[in-house]
Design a protein around this ligand. Structure first.
Ligand code: KG4
Ligand code: ZN
Length: 342
């Protein structure tokens, strides 16, 4: 059976996302529930609360997308759910929900890799990037540079050896006394910062290679903060220095990856891809090096159901399954998705 219309379900962390993608008409509808308000009192994501909230929100969101798309449920050809990586309880809620719907409706399902969802999110935009391209994936859990030859043809060029870029943003934000979710809050504070009062190191940029290491910036932040009066201005100046270092490091590594592969298309995806300073800095690649940079729309930089519906559509074309095994892999290596000829 050919696949045309796919329901996507995302529950890997603290956003519940549901969407319907149609091969001919594109994205028909998407709905998102952010759990930020639930987790704010705890200063971070509480996995058990995340799972419970996904369970409460999936059915209402499902109804919402079907109403918005104005298509009958019987018109769905397949179901894609995020199978990992992510929080195991949260993944299990979406996976069980997706499998149960597939079983009830008698249609195939597929477990989607969350980072493949992020990687393919810019394909929902116009213009979409053509293959091959280099992808910078910068989320809360992962920082990676990937050479993408096609769907499922991924070569990891480099990745974070410790904290992901988003994780570093969140942890440094916490040290600066900012509320969860820290990344966007830190970016706002940095706007008030004095440029170059504090110059942070650019980790691993002096060495060859494309790996990242951001955990040292946390220690640098704490030491720098301790040496000040810890006023709001001091914190803003530190936020500026930290953000500048992360952005500059990501920029330098992207440039290196493009040179290494000889490609001139760059896709940026994942939550940190929403960062304004990063987007401005990457414009240099366009202006000076003739590189086309592609982003998902801002709301699809962070977690959403649309990217899972799209990646799921691509995967279901290769073959979904009717079996009753619920897939949930909290640690799922992205390299295992690649076809062996890369
Ligand atoms: O992709 P995402 O929604 O979830 C994961 O798959 O992890 O990314 C969330 C991450 C968080 O660490 C968040 O702080 C960061 O993206 N983030 C930002 C910004 N918006 C979200 N970091 C820096 N600047 C932003 N504007
Ligand atoms: Zn994500």
């Amino acid at each position: 059976m050919s696949v045309r219309r796919v329901l996507g379900i995302e529950t890997s962390c603290d956003d519940t996302g549901v969407a319907i993608f149609d091969a001919e008409a594109g994205l028909l509808a998407h709905a998102l529930h952010s759990q930020t308000a639930t987790h704010i009192p705890y200063g971070g994501v509480v996995p058990e609360l995340a799972s419970r909230d996904h369970a409460c929100k999936l059915l209402p969101l499902l109804e919402k997308v079907f109403q918005a798309a104005d298509v009958p449920k019987q018109s769905i050809d397949g179901i894609a759910y995020t199978a990992g990586p992510g929080l195991i309880g949260a993944l299990l809620v979406g996976a069980a929900f997706g499998k149960a719907l597939g079983y009830t409706w008698g249609i195939p399902t597929v477990g989607v890799h969350h980072m493949e969802g992020h990687l393919l999110a810019p394909m929902l935009e116009n213009p979409a990037p053509a293959f091959p391209f280099v992808a910078l994936l910068v989320s809360g859990g992962h920082t990676m540079l990937v050479e993408v030859m096609g769907i499922g043809q991924y070569k990891i060029l480099g990745e974070s050896l410790d904290d992901a870029a988003g994780e570093a943003f969140d942890k440094v934000a916490k040290h600066l006394g900012l509320p969860y979710p820290g990344g966007p809050a830190l970016a706002v504070l940095a706007e008030q910062g004095m440029p170059n009062r504090f110059v942070f190191p650019r980790p691993l940029t002096q060495k060859p290679g494309l790996d990242f290491s951001f955990s040292g910036l946390k220690t640098f932040t704490m030491n720098t903060l301790r040496a000040t009066d810890q006023t709001t201005q001091d914190k803003a100046d530190i936020a500026w220095g930290f953000q500048d270092a992360v952005v500059d490091t990501l920029y330098l590594k992207c440039k290196r990856a493009l040179q290494f592969t000889g490609l001139n298309r760059l896709v940026v995806a994942g939550g940190v891809g929403a960062n304004r300073e990063l987007r401005m800095k990457l414009q240099t690649l366009t202006q000076m090096h003739n590189v086309n940079v592609f982003y998902p729309r801002l709301e699809f930089c962070t977690d959403n159901g649309a990217m899972i519906a799209y990646a799921g559509y691509q995967r279901l074309k290769m073959g979904g399954d009717h079996n009753l095994e619920i897939l949930a892999s909290p640690r799922w290596n992205m390299e295992s998705l690649s076809t062996p000829n890369l």
